[in-house]
Design a protein around this ligand. Structure first.
Ligand code: GPU
Length: 824
């Protein structure tokens, strides 16, 4: 008898009883059972084998998952909810096997089925529920929280369509839908017992209660059902399985009751779509808001469902006594995207549980913590008051009340200063008044953090200066990090084995141990092994680039890589101009400073971002010219990697020699790709921006190719920036501009790159491409020169890995834990 009947409390993840395995059942037996019982009776393809295998791995997690829940409940530990519109998880299988230490067992099991693990891994769809850095940070944080045995739950949205798939047509990006759930998701567990309903529209009414107090209700709402889907988040070899709870929107049974009552049954059922649309698709905008109503619906849906879930759990254990609630909870807001949680918590506490304003405000302002991820004005969320009034009328009342009380305080601090009041108000007045969500988040949070030293400094001295004057104690820095499990142990087995041999396995949990490598930088054997690992990774990437881009990369050449979202501030253009410059030099036979290199650029453009899309086209056209000139290809090859995503990065970062982190100083809040490359022994060519500054601090200037204006210099130059001056001064840039302007890269498509050319020549160019070109070129000359000394290059590579310990998300999460969350 191997099936165990499970009696579970409503808080536990359950699978259909027939699929629950005996906690003692081996992985192999479990796999056999799933092949037998969970798949349709027919020939098995790799996709189905993957599915059955993933189900088996999940089954192995279920007992631990339950135990974790029970333990947290019984211990009465403080709960942290990480609220985020994005969780860019990528694939789960290899990560689960690593964290659960099941790789050896897996190998044994799969032997019997004559299938290689890599073959199964390739079948898994990336969970692309995020755009870029912000979403991937949330995923790295979940791994670190579980690995450090912290009671942290991720709350997000179960988008049916994740980040779009990028295809290239004639060098242009085209978007294809990402139906990542089409073949089923073996990891998720639907938890109907946690359903909640989320209200929309309707209006507010007030009444006088029995005690003579005025109370408010939100009536005639259209309710949407939020259904919980849980994904397991296994800690690294520590028995903890945390939860990522993703909400799916569904129609309630009495959705459009009116229509049902009028007898139009089929029409009414079809209209369920309106409710189900909410979680249909991820908005593919990175660091820019687009003000769409559906997006606000998503934000409110996530915020309300998650808070109701937390409150339900609390009430089921403590009744409606909220005295200790704030001591027991923190809600970390991943940017302002879920900041509507602030008025929603006020509403639930007051309207549903009958608390007074003061008690509700104390609880709210003691539990909310806000992380800011950008200074770019186009990314700061502002919602039209009109939209709120229509969709979330009760929340608008509450926001007005929060603002009124807060502005009293501002008036007290700056007496008689009407401009200050206007500037700091949560409501931006004008023809179309807006709600400034960042201001709301600051006012209501006990902690406001930036994501790198420079970023936090710029927040407190610029964007949020007035707020810093009012509440200096709220502001703090938490420099980002990345998880060494996925980004080193899992994605770079060649290097990981080398590290294990030299340092033992402790580095996986304590990345600071990598600094011990510094003692071996003269060790010939290590250097040889280090080079061999990199070469082997480069051979694998070369095969992938050949397959995906049709371009042959030679592993003996330097691999120079820039992968990230396409954005003007990240300056892929600077990189492309440099490629054009090298191409031009080579064609002229000026080979003295040339080191053979393969340049790779990858990244998605927001579908509405014309300039970003044009940059992709430029990269592809330049790549075509470079790769089709046999005089050039011995020295230079250039490819654009399509559909860059988490799984692609797992293969790219271990094989990179030179990492491009070249944003205009002051614009990249932190960067996290920069850290993944560093960990994997790439050298960075970069500006003094975001976390680059801290990376440089750790590794030293001798092991980093620094260039460009500082953030202060960028600001100082702004009023009198004259690109023509910089172009005239640089022969290299002049020649690059001439070549571009001659139409050399778009002979059959005259004029298409004019917007790019104009942007470089425009005195208003906020990204100051021309100003930094010469300094960038010289840093590239240095990098090229260094690469020609493989011994020294490898020493620098080792020093980069050795210095990367500070950028483990374990370190970052340790700081969140101690300095914001206050959890053990
Ligand atoms: N970031 Br805002 C995003 O990826 N998306 C966003 O919508 C916003 C910020 C990024 C920052 O650009 C990047 O510098 C940072 O490392 C990352 O968030 C995580 O903090």
């Amino acid at each position: 008898e191997r099936k165990v009947k499970v009696t579970s409390t409503s808080d536990e993840p359950v699978s259909p009883a027939s699929l629950i395995c005996d906690p003692c059942e081996t992985l192999g037996a479990c796999f056999e059972r799933h092949i037998d019982k969970s798949l349709a009776p027919k020939e098995r393809d790799d996709q189905e084998l993957f599915y059955a295998f993933a189900l088996s791995v999940k089954d192995q997690m279920l007992p631990k998952w339950r135990a974790t829940r029970q333990q947290d409940r019984e211990a009465g530990n403080k709960r942290v909810a990480y609220l985020s519109l994005e969780f860019l998880m990528g694939r789960a299988l290899s990560n689960a096997l690593l964290n659960l230490d099941m790789n050896q067992e897996t190998e044994q099991v799969l032997k019997d089925y004559a299938v290689a693990l890599e073959q199964l891994e390739e079948q898994e769809h990336d969970a692309g529920l995020g755009n870029g850095g912000l979403g991937r940070l949330a995923a790295c944080f979940l791994d670190s929280c579980a690995s450090q045995d912290l009671n942290v739950t991720g709350y997000g949205i179960r988008y049916e369509y994740g980040m779009f798939a990028q295809k290239l047509w004639d060098g242009y990006q085209v978007e294809r839908p990402d139906r990542w759930l089409r073949d089923g998701n073996p990891w998720e567990v639907r938890v109907p017992s946690h359903n909640v309903t989320v209200p929309f529209f309707g209006h507010t009414e007030s009444y006088i209660d029995r005690d003579g107090k005025r109370q408010y209700t939100w009536v005639e709402t259209q309710d949407v059902l939020a259904v919980a889907y849980d994904m397991p988040v296994p800690g690294y070899r520590n028995e903890r399985i945390n939860t990522l709870r993703l909400w799916k929107s569904e129609a309630t049974d009495d959705f459009d009751l009116e229509e049902f009552n009028q007898g139009d049954y089929t029409e009414a059922v079809a209209r369920k779509n309106l409710a189900e649309q909410i979680t249909m698709v991820l908005y593919p905008n990175d660091a820019s808001e687009n003000g769409k109503e559906l997006r606000l619906r998503q934000q409110y849906f996530l915020s309300s469902a998650s808070l109701q879930d937390l409150l339900n759990t609390w009430v089921s254990q403590h009744g409606a006594d909220f005295t200790d609630f704030a001591r027991q909870h923190v809600m970390q807001l991943n940017d302002t995207h879920p900041s509507v949680a602030i008025p929603e918590l006020m509403r639930l506490l007051m309207d549903k549980y009958g608390l007074g304003w003061d008690q509700a405000w104390t609880i709210t302002s003691q539990t909310m913590a806000y992380t800011n991820h950008t200074l770019l004005p186009e990314a700061l969320e502002r919602w039209p008051v009109r939209m709120f009034a229509h969709m979330l009328p009760r929340l608008l009342d509450i926001i007005y009340e929060i603002n009124a009380r807060y502005l009293d305080m501002v008036a007290h601090h700056w007496p008689g200063d009407g401009d200050k009041l206007r500037a700091m108000s949560i409501i931006e007045e004008g023809d179309e008044p807006h709600i400034r969500m960042a201001y709301l988040a600051i006012v209501a949070s006990f902690s406001v953090n930036g994501v790198a030293g420079l970023h936090t400094q710029l927040l407190t001295s610029g964007l949020f200066k007035d707020f810093y004057a009012l509440w200096p104690e709220k502001f703090n820095n938490k420099t980002n990090g990345v998880t060494p499990r996925r980004w080193l142990a899992q994605s770079n087995p060649a290097l990981a084995q080398l590290l294990n041999k030299r340092l033992g396995e402790g580095w996986v949990k304590d990345l600071s141990r990598l600094s011990a490598l510094n003692a071996f930088t003269d060790d010939k054997e290590l250097i040889k092994a280090w080079q061999a690992a990199k070469q082997s990774n480069k051979r694998q990437l070369a095969a992938l680039v050949k397959q995906e881009c049709g371009v042959s990369f030679d592993p003996k050449m330097m691999f120079d890589v820039q992968v990230k979202r396409i954005h003007e501030y990240k300056r892929q253009l600077l990189n492309i101009l440099h490629v054009i410059h090298l191409y031009h030099l080579i064609q002229q036979g000026k080979l003295t400073d040339i080191t053979p290199r393969c340049v790779l650029i990858g990244g998605k453009a927001a579908p509405g971002y014309a300039m970003a899309k044009l940059l992709i086209k430029l990269a592809n056209n330049v790549a075509h010219m470079v790769n089709s000139d046999p005089l050039v290809t011995p020295y230079l090859r250039f490819a654009f990697y399509p559909n860059y995503n988490v799984s692609a990065m797992e293969r790219i970062c271990p094989a990179t020699d030179l990492s491009e982190q070249i944003s205009t100083a002051g614009k990249e809040a932190s960067g996290t790709g920069n850290m993944k490359f560093m960990m994997n022994g790439a050298l960075t060519i970069g500006t003094l921006d975001g976390a680059n500054i801290e990376m440089l601090e750790e590794v030293g200037e001798d092991n980093f190719f620094l260039f460009g204006l500082t953030a202060d210099e960028v600001e100082a130059l702004k009023p009198h920036y004259d690109p023509q001056h910089f172009i005239a001064k640089s022969q290299a840039l002049s020649e690059v501009m001439s070549l571009l302007e001659s139409g050399h890269f778009n002979l059959l498509e005259p004029g298409i790159f004019d917007p790019i050319i104009d942007s470089i020549r425009c005195p208003k160019d906020p990204w100051m491409i021309a100003a930094d070109f010469e300094s960038y070129r010289l840093a590239q000359v240095q990098a090229a020169k260094s690469y020609r000394d493989p011994h020294h290059w490898t020493q620098m590579s080792i020093r980069n890995t050795a210095a990367s310990g500070r950028f483990s998300s374990d370190v970052t999460i340790g700081q969140y834990r101690d300095e914001i969350w206050g959890i053990a």
